[in-house]
Design a binder for this molecule. Structure first.
Ligand SMILES: Cc1cc2nc3c(=O)[nH]c(=O)nc-3n(C[C@H](O)[C@H](O)[C@H](O)COP(=O)(O)OP(=O)(O)OC[C@H]3O[C@@H](n4cnc5c(N)ncnc54)[C@H](O)[C@@H]3O)c2cc1C
Length: 414
C-alpha cells in the first residue's frame, strides 16, 4: 500500500505525518521545493481559534474540535498562547449571559472566558469588552510542517521535482515532470498542492472550482513611547483581521504584526502599499484606536501568500469522483491549520476505506483524545461538508460509479 502525498506545505506534511504514525503504508512525499513549507505555509503567524456565533453552527463545531486537537498536539510549539476577540459595545451584554451562551455552545469556561473592558485592559491592555480564548493561539506553520516532515525517517521524500501531470496506469497513480519522466507511482495519490491542484486535475480533464486568494501580512515597527505603542495589545487579537501581541524589537520599539488582506482572484505575490495601509487600519480598529495622520507607520517587512478557496469557502478534502485512489486536501483558505488538522484525520480515514475496498468511512476518526464524547454525527457532517463531490456531482456525477460521499454505516446523507 503505497501512498503519494504531493505537497509539503502544512496540508501535505500533517497528512504524511498522520499516515506514518497510524498506518504501515509506504509513503512518498513529493514537492517542487528543496524543503517543507516554502509557499503559503512559509508563514509564522497563523492564528487558530474556534469560530463562535450566537447559535451553534457546523462550522463552529468543526473549528471547536480542530482547535482542541491543535492545542493538544501543537501547544508545545505555539508562538503566542491565548487570543482575544473584542466585542462591539452595541453587541456586548454581560459576562454572566455570555458565560451561559459559551456553555450552551459546548465550550467550557477554561476554553473561552468573557471579559469586561476593565478586566481586558488589566490583562491584555485592550480597553474593550470581549472573549478571551485561553486554549487558542498563534502558530508557526513552517515550523509545524518541518517537524511533521522530520518524522518521516523511514519514508521517501522527493524534493525539487515539479509535477506537470498525473495519470492512472495499471491501477497506479503516476506523477510526471516537465521532461515527461515518471517521478514516482503509487496505489493512492493525495493532492495537497494548494492552488496548483487545479492545474494538476486539469491534466486528467477534471475541472476544479478553485480560486486564488492573495494575502499580505504586515510587520510594523512602532515606537514604544508613541500613543499607538502604549496601546498595543499584550496578546494575539482578532476581529476583522488579526494582530500579534507587541513584541520587543529593540529598546525603543515594538514589533507589531497585522493581517491580512483577502484579495480574491489575485495570484500575484508582489507586496502592495494598499494592503499595508489596509492592514494598519484593521489593526487600529481591533484596538479601538481612531486613525490619525501621525499614526502612519511604514511596513517594515511582510509576508505575501496565495491561499486557495472553493466557492463556498469550505475546503476540498476527500476522494475525487470517478478517480479511484485519488484524493484532495486543498482549498484551506484562511484556516490553514484548522483544516490541515481535520484533513489529516479525514484523509487517513478515507485511505483506510479505500484499501479495505469498502464504501463506508469508519466512524471514530475524530475521537482520539476525546474519550467519552460521541463525535460520530460531527464526523458525518464534516465528511459531507468538505467532500469534493459537492462540486463534482453535477459535472461528473453522471459518469462516475464511486461518486457518493461515504458515511459510517447507519447514517444517511443530509
Ligand atoms: C497572509 C495570509 C495569512 C494567513 N493567516 C492564517 C491564519 O491566521 N491561520 C491559519 O490557519 N491560516 C492562515 N493562512 C492560510 C494558510 O497559510 C494556508 O491555508 C496554508 O498555508 C495552505 O497550506 P497548503 O499546504 O495547502 O499549501 P502550501 O503551503 O502552498 O503548500 C503546497 C505545496 O505543494 C507544492 N506544490 C504545489 N504544486 C506542485 C507541483 N506541481 N509539483 C510539486 N510540488 C507542488 C508547493 O511547492 C508547496 O510546498 C494565511 C494565509 C495568508 C496568505
Amino acid at each position: 500500500m503505497h501512498v503519494i502525498v504531493l505537497g509539503a506545505g502544512i496540508a501535505g506534511s500533517l497528512i504524511a505525518q498522520k499516515l506514518a504514525r497510524a498506518t504501515s503504508y509506504q509513503i512518498t512525499v513529493v514537492d517542487q521545493a528543496d524543503g517543507p513549507a516554502t509557499q503559503t505555509s512559509d508563514h509564522q503567524l497563523a492564528l487558530v481559534h474556534p469560530q463562535v456565533s450566537k447559535k451553534s453552527t457546523k462550522l463552529q463545531r468543526f473549528t471547536q474540535i480542530a482547535n482542541r486537537i491543535v492545542w493538544q498536539n501543537f501547544q508545545p510549539s505555539i508562538r503566542y498562547a491565548g487570543v482575544y476577540q473584542p466585542i462591539l459595545k452595541e453587541d456586548w451584554v454581560n459576562c454572566e449571559t455570555l458565560s451561559e451562551l459559551i456553555l450552551t455552545l459546548g465550550f467550557n469556561l477554561s476554553e473561552i472566558e468573557p471579559l469586561e473592558s476593565k478586566a481586558a485592559l488589566e490583562k491584555l491592555n485592550i480597553n474593550r469588552p470581549g472573549l478571551w480564548f485561553n486554549t487558542s493561539g498563534i502558530y508557526d506553520l513552517k515550523k509545524l510542517s518541518t517537524q511533521a516532515i522530520e518524522t518521516l525517517t523511514h519514508h521517501e521524500i522527493i524534493w525539487g521535482e515539479k509535477v506537470i501531470r498525473i495519470q492512472k496506469n495499471n491501477d497506479l497513480w503516476q506523477l510526471y515532470n516537465n521532461k515527461n519522466e515518471k517521478i514516482c507511482e503509487g496505489d493512492a495519490l493525495v493532492l495537497a498542492s494548494n492552488y496548483q491542484t487545479k492545474e494538476l486535475l486539469a491534466s486528467i480533464e477534471v475541472e476544479l472550482p478553485l480560486r486564488p486568494v492573495r494575502g499580505q501580512l504586515s510587520r510594523f515597527i512602532i515606537p514604544k513611547e508613541s500613543y499607538v505603542g502604549k496601546h498595543l495589545p499584550w496578546s494575539a487579537t482578532r476581529g476583522d483581521g488579526y494582530c500579534s501581541p507587541a513584541k520587543e524589537w529593540d529598546p525603543e520599539n515594538w514589533l507589531w504584526e497585522v493581517g491580512s488582506s483577502y484579495d480574491e482572484d489575485i495570484d500575484v505575490l508582489m507586496p502592495s502599499k494598499e494592503s499595508a495601509s489596509a492592514n494598519q487600519k484593521k489593526g487600529f480598529a481591533l484596538l479601538g484606536i481612531a486613525e490619525r495622520p501621525e499614526y502612519n507607520f511604514l511596513e517594515q517587512s511582510n509576508f505575501v501568500g496565495i491561499r486557495s478557496a472553493s466557492k463556498d469557502r469550505l475546503p476540498l478534502i476527500g476522494p475525487v469522483n470517478g478517480q479511484s485512489g485519488l484524493f484532495l486536501a486543498t482549498a484551506y483558505g484562511s484556516r490553514g491549520l484548522i483544516w490541515a488538522t481535520l484533513g489529516a484525520e479525514l484523509i487517513n480515514a478515507y485511505l483506510a476505506t479505500f484499501f479495505a475496498g469498502t464504501d463506508f468511512l469508519a466512524a471514530g476518526f475524530l475521537t482520539a483524545g476525546f474519550a467519552g464524547e460521541d463525535l460520530t454525527t460531527l464526523e458525518v457532517e464534516l465528511s459531507s461538508a468538505v467532500s469534493p463531490s459537492r462540486f463534482f456531482a453535477g459535472a461528473l456525477g453522471a459518469r462516475t460509479s464511486n461518486s457518493k460521499p461515504t458515511f459510517p454505516s447507519g447514517f444517511k446523507e443530509r
